[in-house]
Design a protein around this ligand. Structure first.
Ligand code: GDP
Length: 449
């Protein structure tokens, strides 16, 4: 028995906290406990780990083709074999070093993971076709990456085409804060043709350069911690999840907690579908032996034993149900003043949508001028056209409100906004919106129901 003066080791404390959860008022919660465990338990030295990369860009600009071309450079596989991909993330060994690609479709998945607090991507490759230039989804990908604070490497693709205009792409991107290095900016650019296999080696080299600048490190000796990239119910194997190990080494037989579930690693497959016994940092693996199907973005944490794994996951499930019923903590104009008073908010982030470009520019400028010492108004993303699901996810992940001018969300988008507790407001004139923001900042906005 521990007394009040006695110190217990972190793990005992976690088990106690998990068991008594709500009885401990000032003690550690299981979440904090796990964090402490992760921080205190250092197995060895931090060593460099390979970068995790996501490829984004407008449809048909060549994302798939570039990934295919990169896979062919894999030194372990050789030109002929290539890699048959088994899961949504894979590892390539190039002459410049190893790179892990997370191949989730589009930036919506990227941001959906981020809305669960998951940041798995170290570097974004933005593919822009030289014959087409910056398009809607290019802009969206940039906003999503910038909101996440992830550095972008630009691949200007399709340079083999007659109508390729590389300078135009650079000009358009420079306007979006992505000035190339040879123009005095700090964004790395690479000119590629996925079709003719030009510039792919250089792209791999740039990835390593950027990775070195980020000084990515992990401690492979500690217990593993990672994130779920995708998960499903497999007919024969039961619930399976692709987990990207971010720190430590995951081994067969390890007990773990993942989201609201727990389990013991029954078997692990690498991205080629081959059985492996252990996986270190930046390695994606398919894990079998989970008590249910977790969600993309869920944290995966190895714990000491089954009792702890169960206990923590049960408490988490309980908490998730409670928060579903309980108050939402997302930012909203109605509660902005209250949230400012409580010191929760220093920045009002806004995603803008309008039927015409002119409104966007005028509103963005006026809105940012509303910033005071207490609160800064910042436009995260703006675009013409209707409010999309991707806007909702961006707002949810970045805790932003959405303001639309003469555009209304579809029923599906509205439902998602409700699910994610995102405040979506539609206006017909700029000054009504500005008025509401001003009122919200001083607590004078009448709540709308
Ligand atoms: P994604 O939608 O961004 O994944 O684009 P894809 O990789 O599917 O490519 C779209 C089309 O562009 C396909 O027909 C490709 O063959 C073609 N494409 C991709 N890269 C290049 C390139 O470098 N040069 C040319 N000429 N065509 C390319």
């Amino acid at each position: 028995m521990a007394t009040i003066n006695q110190s217990v080791d972190v793990e005992t404390a976690i088990i106690l906290a998990a068991d008594f959860g709500y009885d401990i008022e000032q003690g550690i919660t299981e979440e904090i406990g796990i964090q402490m465990l992760n921080e205190s338990e250092s197995g060895g030295e931090k060593e460099p780990r390979s970068p995790v990369v996501t490829v984004m860009g407008h449809v048909d600009h060549g994302k798939t083709s570039i990934l295919d071309a990169i896979r062919k450079t894999d030194v372990a596989e050789g030109e002929a074999g290539g890699i048959t991909q088994h899961i949504g993330a894979y590892h390539v060994r190039s002459n410049y070093g190893d790179v892990t690609f997370v191949d989730t479709p589009g930036h919506a998945a990227f941001t959906e993971m981020r809305s669960r607090g998951a940041q798995v991507t170290d570097i974004v490759i933005l593919v822009v076709a030289a014959d087409d230039g910056v398009m809607d989804q290019t802009r969206e990908a940039i906003s999503h990456s910038q909101a996440a604070g992830v550095p972008i490497i630009v691949a200007v693709n399709k340079i083999d085409k007659d109508n390729a205009d590389i300078d135009r792409v650079k000009r358009e991107l420079a306007e979006l804060d992505l000035s190339p290095e040879d123009w005095g900016g700090d964004t790395m650019y690479c000119e590629t043709s996925a079709k003719k296999n030009i510039g792919i080696d250089e792209l791999m080299e740039l990835i390593q350069l950027q990775a070195e600048m980020l000084e990515l490190k992990a401690d492979r000796k500690r217990k593993a911690r990672g994130r779920v990239v995708e998960a499903q119910l497999h007919k024969g194997r039961g619930p399976v999840a692709t987990v990207l190990v971010q720190d430590g080494t995951l081994r067969t037989g390890d007990h773990f907690v993942v989201g609201q579930f727990s389990g013991k690693v029954r078997a692990m497959l690498d991205f080629k579908g081959q059985k492996i016994e252990e996986a270190g940092p930046s390695i994606p693996v398919e894990v079998q032996g989970i008590s249910g199907v977790p969600s993309a973005g869920d944290e995966f944490i190895v714990v000491t034993d089954e009792k702890m794994a169960r206990s923590v996951s049960q408490k988490r499930a309980l908490k998730a149900r409670e928060s579903e019923l309980g108050a939402n903590t997302k930012i909203s104009l109605d509660k902005l003043f209250e949230q400012m008073q409580e010191g929760e908010v220093q920045e009002l982030r806004v995603v803008l949508r309008s039927d015409v470009q002119g409104t966007l520019e005028a509103f963005a400028k006026a809105a940012e001028e509303l910033s005071t010492d207490e609160i800064k108004v910042k436009v995260l993303h703006e675009g013409t056209g209707t409010i999309t699901e991707s806007d909702i996810l961006l707002a949810s992940a970045s805790d932003a409100v959405i303001i639309g001018f003469n555009v209304r969300p579809s029923v599906k988008v509205k439902e998602l906004a409700q699910k994610e507790s995102v405040d979506v407001r539609s206006y017909d004139v700029i000054y009504h919106a500005l008025d509401d923001i001003k009122k919200a900042m001083v607590g004078m906005l009448e709540p709308t129901f």
